[in-house]
Design a protein around this ligand. Structure first.
Ligand code: PLP
Length: 392
């Protein structure tokens, strides 16, 4: 695939071509664990990597390869590796950089399982981590130690939608010789391309917008050929978080409409956020598309649109937040995000129920905070649903 095609063309075509044997236009699901060689010489050449080809799906599979090429093209990178889930991507990608005795600087505001991985699992392996509680680049710089080997962050953040300066953080890493890794799940490459802003490695939960339909889990790591090859030959091969070919096929199918779905998600989210920001029962709306959001100007510079994730604070605390959850009819009370369907979560009673209230409040997760993943239904129906849900 030529590199100079537009994003929309790459979303449809990159990584895929008619089958050279059958002419099948859609990428087949290579539902095979293993691949046969013609003779011992060929098999030895494949294992010795003197000849390109496939041996065993944990080492590579043509359906997975198509998805890797598509995601790499969309992020503007030379290589990608797909994994069984977003967490498989994140843990594999981080373990590709750090070892016992190393130090990681990470944002405090992270996807819950990523925070847990860094705070518990990575520490158990002997790597120390400093969490930065703000979105300011200076605070990341202050946390750097002589043994810092990685700077890790995501933007916009979950669930309070802070916006971090991607270019500045990438520049900080480069100036100190430290790789930067960013989770681009919330925006997807349709809205934000961190590698083009200087970030070293991008990770994704492909379960979300890339797949887009809430029917397959997957993950992706996007970076240099050298680094992806290291993961493929060592970390990923050892940990074995391999994506199923069927899920790869569903995600390929999902990505072909990413450039159509994202603007629809974003347009709906903008209308929903504006409605909520005018509602008397709503204390505050966290959505970077609102001019009063502290990250609005920065988001405008580094994102093509503001995404479809938001959270809002219902007046009346925990009870009121739970009430809104109970009263919605179109929004599904469900975790995850990036689905065509609109989803709603009351953070204090679900995703963050194990976090002590003082700690929750410190990261902006107040008792009445409700998170929305705005889908691609009609905006007026979504607004009418929230209107009746808030009418208690
Ligand atoms: C969902 C999610 C993950 C984890 O992905 P899984 O596919 O659930 O393993 C990581 N980061 C973000 C921002 C997410 O939303």
């Amino acid at each position: 695939m030529q590199k100079n095609y537009q994003f929309e063309t790459l979303a449809v075509h990159a990584g895929e071509a008619p089958c050279s044997v059958t002419g099948a236009l859609d990428t087949p699901i290579y539902q095979s664990t293993t691949f046969a060689s013609a003779n011992s010489e060929e098999m030895a050449a494949l294992y010795g990597e003197q000849k390109p080809g496939y041996m065993y799906t944990r080492y590579g599979n043509p359906t997975l390869r198509a998805l890797e090429e598509k995601i790499a093209a969309l992020e503007g990178s030379e290589a990608a590796l797909v994994t069984a889930s977003g967490m498989a991507a994140i843990s594999t990608a981080i373990l590709g950089y750090v070892r016992a005795g190393d130090h990681v600087v990470a944002a405090r505001s992270l996807y819950g399982a990523t925070y847990h991985f860094l705070d518990r699992t990575l520490r158990r392996l002997g790597t120390s981590v400093t969490f930065v509680g703000s979105s300011r680049t200076e605070d990341f710089e202050k946390a750097i130690q002589p043994n810092t080997r990685l700077i890790y962050f995501e933007t916009p953040t979950n669930p309070v939608l802070d916006v971090l300066d991607i270019r500045a953080l990438a520049q900080l890493g480069r100036s100190r010789g430290i790789p930067t890794m960013m989770d681009n799940t919330f925006a997807s490459p349709a809205l934000q391309q961190p590698l083009r802003l200087g970030v070293t490695t991008v990770v994704h939960s492909a379960t979300k917008y890339l797949c887009g339909h809430g029917d397959a889990m997957g993950g992706a790591i996007v970076g240099s050929k050298e680094y992806i090859s290291l993961l493929l030959h060592e970390v990923h091969r050892d940990f074995g978080g391999v994506l199923s070919p069927f899920n790869a096929w569903l995600i390929l199918r999902g990505i072909r409409t990413l450039h159509l779905r994202m603007p629809a998600h974003c347009a709906n989210a903008q209308k929903v956020a504006e409605f909520l920001s005018r509602h008397p029962k709503v204390e505050r709306v966290n959505y970077p598309g609102l001019p009063q959001h502290p990250g609005h100007e920065l988001a405008k510079r580094q994102m093509k649109a503001f995404g479809a994730m938001m959270s809002f604070e219902v007046k009346g605390g925990y009870e009121a937040g739970a009430k809104v959850m109970d009263r919605v009819q179109i929004f599904a009370r469900a975790a995850s995000l990036g689905d065509t369907r609109s989803l709603i979560v009351h953070s204090a009673s679900t995703s963050h129920r194990a976090v002590p209230p003082e700690k929750r409040l410190a990261i902006g997760i107040t008792d009445g905070l409700v998170r929305l993943s705005v889908g691609i239904e009609a905006a007026e129906d979504l607004i009418a649903d929230l209107h009746q849900a808030l009418d208690f």
